[in-house]
Design a protein around this ligand. Structure first.
Ligand code: GTP
Ligand code: MG
Length: 328
């Protein structure tokens, strides 16, 4: 009996944009086994064309609804778009989108849209790695835009969204008095500020509060040259969604014309590589907890060895120790 198709045999399918191959390799990347690494390494050489957009905001801010409206608007605009959602509340399970005007079926029938939710359970650092592997697969598959949707809580998820070229931070009315993104510490990563649910009467206050907040000391954005615009959107009425498309395109043009895109690519490569290295060390450390690590820690407890020297020695040991490695 033939075994499962080797991952390297799926690369051609991905590069040809075939949905089945893309979905299968994402599943394997998510599982984190070593078998798919050569395939993903090959895929990576074909990436760098897609514009990657991060959409983040606190729970309930309307991310999933807006991402779907945005995907539809981009599609209507002639662009192909893929969505990778890290969303525990499972957003894309069907039902009506934009009221009744656009249904999940329209999306399912269109090969120009690909939507995938990533499993979040117990993934920790592995989630960031798997999500960015999925972004690579969709980039190599030829999607014009890849949207990463993630709830803006927790360092890991903020790290993921910082691998995007353009980041939109979503604030919503009706979730309390303050701009929630401030508390979550994500306001400053925004290239575009979105106030969602602007069909609601209390949305104006959220826009005003946000604008005031931005004038009070917060840098306009991490990149001092680009004043992050504030857009009000409603996925309910469609208001502002076209403007969001325009601002994403404008930010992309800015990155290209200013040459910032080069710095950004280097920064993303650095973060991503460092994060994977940390993950590899951590998983090897845990795998050797009962062995080499325990012996070393005993010596540290006995004051026979200082923690700094122990860490350096461990790095050497872990480096040679790659047997049951999940992610290397
Ligand atoms: N009035 C109004 N309600 C909206 C709009 N967009 C989303 N909502 C509602 O806000 C709630 C949250 O929307 P979601 O899109 O699930 O928000 P989310 O940020 O993805 O939420 P989590 O995945 O739980 O973090 C839902 O009840 C939506 O129906 C909008 O444009 N107008
Ligand atoms: Mg959601």
């Amino acid at each position: 009996m033939a075994g499962p198709v080797p991952s390297t045999d799926l690369v051609a399918d991905v590069l040809a944009g075939r949905t089945r191959g893309i979905a299968r390799l994402i599943t394997r990347a998510e599982a984190g086994g070593a078998e798919c690494r050569p395939a993903l390494a090959e895929i990576y050489r074909h990436t760098g064309r897609a514009h990657v957009v991060g959409m983040t905001g606190v729970p309930g801010s309307g991310k999933s609804t807006l991402v779907r409206a945005l995907a539809q608007a981009l599609r209507a605009n002639g662009r192909t778009v893929a969505v990778v959602a890290i969303d525990p509340s499972s957003p894309f399970s069907g039902g009506a989108i934009l009221g009744d005007r656009i249904r999940m079926n329209d999306i399912a029938a269109d090969p120009g849209i690909f939507i995938r939710s990533m499993a979040t359970r117990g993934a920790l650092g592995g989630l960031a790695r798997a999500t960015l592997d999925a972004v690579d697969l969709l980039d190599a598959a030829g999607f014009d835009l890849v949207i990463i949707e993630t709830v803006g809580v927790g360092q890991d998820e903020v790290d993921v969204v910082q691998a995007a070229h353009t980041t939109a931070v979503i604030s919503a009315p009706g979730l309390g008095d303050d701009i929630q993104a401030i508390k979550a510490g994500i306001l400053e990563i925004a290239d575009i500020h979105v106030v969602s649910k602007c069909d609601r009467a209390d949305a104006n206050k959220t826009v005003t509060d946000l604008k005031q907040m931005l004038m009070l000391g917060l840098p306009a954005s991490l990149d001092g040259q680009w004043p992050a615009p504030v857009i009000a959107t409603s996925a309910e009425t469609g208001e502002g969604v076209g403007e969001l498309v325009t601002e994403i395109d404008r930010h992309r043009a800015y990155l290209d014309e200013s040459g910032r895109i080069g710095d950004q690519r280097r920064r993303i490569a650095e973060r991503r590589t460092l994060k994977i290295a940390e993950e590899i060390i951590r998983s090897r450390f845990v795998a050797r907890r009962a062995g080499a690590v325990a012996g070393m820690l005993e010596r540290v407890c006995a004051r026979d060895l200082d923690p700094h020297s122990a860490a350096l020695q461990l790095l050497h040991t872990l480096h040679e120790d790659r047997d049951d490695d999940q992610n290397a």
